[in-house]
Design a protein around this ligand. Sequence first.
Ligand code: COA
Length: 167
Amino acid sequence: MTEKIALYPGSFDPMTNGHLDIVRRCALVFDRIEVAVAHNPSKEPLFTPEERAQIIRDSTTDIENLTVSHFDGLTVRYARKINARYLIRGLRAISDFESEIQMAMLNRELDPGIETFFVVPDARYSYISSSMVKQLYIAGGPIADLLPPPALKMVEERLERRIAPEQ
Ligand code: COA
């Protein structure tokens, strides 16, 4: 039987507990998950692709069937390269739906042999995004419950708090 390999692409700048929740759910379903940091030219990331991949590796050491990488170019082409037939995307709220459907359709047009699967994260993470967590940190808000410890450490090292947290 062929191994069911799923690719979970994203910018992961950095990985949040919402992404981790998706990864854990998928690790129970697929034989192997490859989490891959994608280069998105329309974003200005805080961390390099290598740093983002390392944060993911350090945050998922307990998940055996998971590998981490980064890539440039088309997601479906990268999926083929690593023999993944499935793409994972998280659906946090209805607001994600339109762009995600568009992306899934486009990816199907590009490669009909690759199937997109949508996974819903725990409700606790339905409102978070990487940018929101970074903004919250800069503004002095609490983010420890929103990031895995390796991501939290990197954010604390890289970003300056403009407003001191309330005691
Ligand atoms: N928990 C927390 N946050 C989540 C989340 C979850 N479960 N799921 C998504 N998000 C957030 C991310 O943190 C990110 O937040 P940010 O914008 O504040 O950084 C946001 O939702 C977007 O998510 P992401 O999955 O990283 O999407 P993206 O738009 O950055 O990247 C790619 C999408 C890389 C998969 C897509 O652009 C792509 O495939 N690019 C390659 C080129 C290509 O093939 N193009 C054709 C297809 S469009």
